[in-house]
Design a protein around this ligand. Structure first.
Ligand code: GLC
Length: 744
């Protein structure tokens, strides 16, 4: 079915005609709205940060926040954690005239107390059930701590590892990213909003935030509408279709219009074409920042632009608080726009059951029970192991034997605790929280501390030129039968406002690797980071490499499980690893161009660098196993179909090694000729399957019109007749089976 793109137009009436969701709630909202003063309505559109924990943006001191809560001038707080604090704030809100409860929001991005791998690491698991479970557990713990709403999942496509927030998403691919967005929304929201363990999800950052020029956070985004529809919007639509209760807009301008003030994004697409019924919260201060963008002249104009564009709740800028009532009184803003925003927010408060019981999420006993559940740590340990990518394993150095006599564990991250949490961990100021975290050293001790002699040396710091620790590191390496090196970034070298112009291993860490490699001992390198790094010498010279990202509070156990083969690594890269920062942006679904290089040595007037191959260091979808897999028996049910028909594709996958393991079987398609050029390959399906040694299974994919469709020159989403290449492989570059078919 052709989805023609509606012409972008806005009238308040067209947008405000919210179709009834739950008529009973709609009625309660309308009845309450009728009682509210203009000031009370504006109050519902304000969100402030609490001061009981680290703010997540530049905070502005404000008058007496608590009095503003008591007088109904604040509708939501963020960074207020724990039953005690949330109950305290809610009690203040219950002193307001209409007793409208507060919503408590928090960045529960990859776990609350139990911290899961950073989202990019989880994405590497390609295990949608595990990803959903992680979000579910995060919701259980957050909800038990008084949180109603998480500012997650971040569903921004990330194709530039210079951008620090690539750690927070699901990588470069819209197909994988959309499935993960759905899994995370379902995990956070559970069966239905209002259940005691459900928290509202928030699809962010709408939109195209990950395409910042130069990979520099908050920078401008300039992209074709087609790229927007093809690549950057699908995960948001998937989140919406999964029932995401809220959206958060983004700091960037898109083609010159700040997202916060974009009618096109928030009204025409989100609330118009897609019919979104929830509410949009601005990102921290982004309404006021339209002044810095040069899109408005002052806070009053910012408030006008934002409410017209469909930004419902104002996080921290105070533009609504300071200006919106006046704008309505001056008839510059139609009260219908304010009412629409208030309705959307009140609807969620009713849906969450907060009017029946404003304190339903603030229960001390439930908080204690949720925080120390061994099932939660078990899940974190399991998905941690599933997220580790085996990049190299020459001479089968891995898995290590548990009978290894002496092991040297070297590097600046070996004995760290909080580093393993990565960015966006919920900084619990709980006493002894570090003891809740399993360091990499703890994990090794837990695994073989009783049977092997363990030696430790830091070797060097993460940053800096000091090599004075090398000698000790080399010395213990020489005493060992095998050396494990744990190196990488600091956890705060990726994340928000953490862009890097140089994504190589910081400091002298790679020189430490060289020094240890020179001992001739078998070396395993663990690389901890929130982004793809460049580490070409290590990649070319060290026999075994595990990419361990930031794996959360069970990191040490997850790593040890993989190092010693209790878990066979099965992760695949959700993002391309470049050879050099100079190749960025680099991703698997590129266009062929009119002058594609024939091979890595072809420099004869083709699209190539004279100083580097075009190919990545490690491609999208890449990851090894302790076993091997054979691909065979590719069959297509048809080689020609008419529009609307489907093709069933089957292939046999065999575990040809000696370990049981899991393989992510990937399906790529190429539309060979289109009314607009099409990528050389696009991920259109994957199956993660478990196989015992020697076992084989048949995987099945169904190709339907959706998988063949794209946005044509008129931005209509449709397929076109022609030939398609079909590829099935173990990564975007490791294609094992090929065929073709024709759409008539
Ligand atoms: C930050 C982030 C956003 C987060 C919000 C609240 O600036 O951009 O992702 O949810 O502020 O902490």
């Amino acid at each position: 079915m052709k989805k023609t793109f509606l012409t972008a137009f806005i009238t308040a009436s067209a947008v405000l005609s919210l179709t009834a969701q739950n008529p009973a709630i709609d009625k309660r909202v309308d009845d309450l709205l009728k009682q509210m003063t203009l000031e009370e309505k504006v109050g519902q559109l304000n969100q402030y940060t609490g001061e009981w924990s680290s703010a997540t943006g530049p905070i502005t001191k404000d008058g007496d926040k608590q009095n503003q809560i008591r007088t109904g001038q604040i509708g939501s707080m963020l960074n207020v954690k724990g039953v005690a604090h949330t109950r305290q704030c809610q009690e203040m809100a219950m002193q307001s005239r209409l007793k409208i409860p507060l919503l408590f929001g928090q960045d529960v991005i990859h776990g609350y107390k139990t911290t899961f791998p950073i989202p990019l690491a989880e994405a590497a698991s390609w295990d949608l059930d595990a990803i959903e479970l992680g979000a579910r557990i995060a919701a259980v713990e957050a909800a038990a701590s008084g949180i109603h709403w998480t500012f997650a999942p971040m569903v921004d496509i990330g194709r530039d590892p210079r951008w620090g927030r690539v750690m927070e998403g699901a990588g470069e691919d819209p197909y994988l990213g959309s499935l993960i967005a759905k899994a995370r929304v379902k995990g956070f929201q559970g069966e239905k909003l209002g259940d005691i363990t459900s928290v509202m999800a928030c699809a962010k950052h709408f939109a195209a935030y990950g395409a910042a020029v130069g990979g520099r956070d908050y920078n401008s985004v300039d992209m074709s509408e087609r790229m927007l529809w093809e690549v950057y919007l699908p995960p948001f639509k998937a989140a919406l279709d999964a029932g995401a209760a809220t959206f958060m807009n983004s700091f960037n301008d898109l083609n010159g219009i700040p997202a916060t003030g974009s009618v096109f994004l928030q009204r025409d697409i989100l609330k118009g074409l897609w019919g979104f019924k929830g509410f949009v919260v601005s990102d921290w201060g982004s309404i006021g920042e339209m002044k810095q963008h040069g899109f408005v002249k002052d806070g009053k104009d910012a408030a006008l632009a934002a409410i017209v564009a469909g930004s419902d709740m104002d996080m921290e800028s105070r533009c609504y608080k300071n200006n919106l009532a006046d704008l309505v009184k001056e008839k510059k803003v139609d009260i219908a726009l304010v009412d629409d925003a208030v309705r959307r927010i009140l609807y969620k408060k009713f849906e969450m059951g907060l009017f029946e019981d404003p304190y339903k999420y603030s229960d001390v006993k439930r908080q204690e029970a949720a925080m120390n559940n061994p099932e939660h740590t078990k899940a974190a340990r399991e998905i941690g192991a599933k997220s580790i990518v085996l990049l190299k394993n020459e001479n089968n150095v891995l898995p290590l034997s548990k009978e290894t006599k002496t092991i040297a564990f070297i590097g600046p991250l070996v004995k760290e605790y909080r580093q393993n949490l990565g960015f966006w961990s919920v900084e619990l100021d709980e006493v002894d929280y570090d003891k809740f975290i399993v360091s990499q050293w703890d994990g090794l001790q837990n695994k073989v501390g009783k049977t092997s002699k363990l030696l430790y040396a830091k070797g060097c710091e993460i940053e800096g030129e000091d090599k004075s620790g090398f000698a000790e590191a080399v010395s213990i390496a020489n005493q060992a039968d095998v050396v494990i090196l744990s190196i990488g970034e600091r956890r705060d070298m990726s994340g928000e406002a953490k862009s890097r112009s140089d994504i190589s291993l910081p400091g002298v860490q790679e020189e430490l690797v060289k020094a240890i490699q020179a001992t001739g001992k078998p070396v395993v390198v663990l690389i901890n980071a929130g982004r793809p790094l460049v580490f070409n010498w290590t990649a070319d010279n060290v026999p075994a490499i595990l990419y361990t990202w930031w794996l959360g509070s069970e990191a040490g156990n997850s790593i040890a499980d993989v190092l010693f083969g209790d878990v066979n690594p099965s992760a695949k890269l959700p993002v391309t690893f470049p050879r050099s920062v100079g190749q960025i942006p680099i991703y698997h679904s590129y266009f062929n161009t009119g002058r594609p290089a024939k091979n890595e040595n072809d420099l004869n007037y083709v699209s190539a660098y004279i100083d580097l191959p075009n190919s990545p260091k490690f491609p999208f979808g890449y990851g090894l196993s302790y076993t091997t897999f054979g691909y065979s028996d590719l069959k297509l049910s048809k080689k020609q179909i008419s529009k609307g028909e489907t093709i069933e594709v089957t292939a046999r996958i065999t575990n040809t090694g000696k370990y049981a393991g899991e393989e992510v079987v990937q399906l790529y398609l190429r539309d060979k000729v289109g009314s607009v050029v099409r990528p050389v390959k696009e991920l259109k399906g994957f199956e993660k399957i478990k196989l015992n040694a020697g076992e084989s299974k048949v995987v099945t994919f169904v190709i339907d019109n959706e998988k063949l469709s794209f946005y044509n020159q008129k931005l209509e989403f449709d397929s076109e007749a022609g030939e398609f290449d079909l590829m099935i492989g173990s990564s975007a570059e490791d294609i094992r089976l090929k065929s073709e078919f024709e759409l008539l």
